[in-house]
Design a binder for this molecule. Structure first.
Ligand code: SF4
Length: 262
């Protein structure tokens, strides 16, 4: 069976946030599709934590959630395999003084906290839920939602799980576009306008790990701003506008050598 692709432009939160952080990086990644020079440790770490948590969430509806040991097995395999794969693909992990061993220990401590503290009464509707929604006429947004919960009474909760060294600042909670995109997507998926809540679940990498839940609220004004931003980024891309935005995010950038040479 073939899937019908509707005419229009397509973006994602990842694309949008990459352009807003550094348009030059957007150009390397999405326009020129340049091979990564290096792999950020945080990327493979976050992926491995996600895999372990996903196995947990998927096991919840059975009433017999996986043990911590099973989660740690998934995490260790994912992190080790992805570090090896990055090396094989010519984009080795930029450890910057850290090591795989340290990262394994940190992840194990964080997952132990997750396994102990996570609410086992949640009703999981889906994990890694792919979506493509038409946010405004001819403008589609794609993405993958980590976790969707049924809160009863026609209400749903979208959860984005993140690993973080520090908690999110208030401006990120107020203005990050990811919740706006994901709430809009879930409203379409469930045909439930105004009945979607959103939470960031932060698994903290702090010395004493913690699971922090940050509810986020979005309204029509946020959605209008999102649509405007998508249109403006599209316009900039059509015009080939990709300036460098220098900052702390340049350290460990996958394209730093290329960017510094050009
Ligand atoms: S090194 Fe900095 S300015 Fe250059 S692409 Fe990467 S993030 Fe952007």
């Amino acid at each position: 069976m073939t899937t019908q692709v509707l005419p229009g432009t397509r973006t994602s939160y990842s694309r949008l946030s990459t352009w807003l952080r550094c348009p030059r990086k957007y150009r390397y990644r999405y326009v020129e599709q340049v091979e990564d020079e290096r792999t950020a440790p945080a990327l493979i770490f976050g992926t491995a934590i996600h895999e372990a948590c996903e196995v947990f969430f998927r096991s919840l509806p059975s009433g017999n959630p996986v043990s911590l040991d099973e989660m740690l097995g998934v995490f260790t395999r994912a992190l080790t395999d992805n570090a090896a794969l990055a090396e094989e693909q010519g984009a080795p992990v930029a450890w910057d003084g850290g090591s795989l061993k340290e990262m394994l220990a940190k992840g194990e401590a964080m997952l132990a906290v997750f396994h102990q503290q996570v609410d086992r009464n949640i009703k999981v509707v889906g994990t890694e839920v792919e979506f493509e929604v038409e946010l405004s006429p001819g403008h589609f947004v794609q993405g993958v939602i980590d976790l969707i919960l049924d809160d009863g009474g026609g209400h749903y909760r979208v959860v984005d799980l993140k690993t973080a060294a520090t908690s999110f600042a208030e401006d990120r909670i107020q203005h990050d576009m990811q919740p706006t995109v994901y709430i809009a997507a879930a409203e379409r998926i469930f045909q439930a306008p105004g009945q979607i809540n959103f939470e960031f679940w932060l698994l903290m990498k702090t010395k004493t790990p913690a699971l922090k839940i940050l509810p986020v609220v979005r309204d029509e004004r946020d959605r209008a701003e999102l649509i405007q931003s998508i249109n403006e980024v599209e316009e900039a891309c059509i015009r080939g506008v990709y300036p460098r935005i220098r900052g702390h995010h340049c350290f460990g950038c996958e394209y730093a050598d290329r960017c510094n040479r050009a």
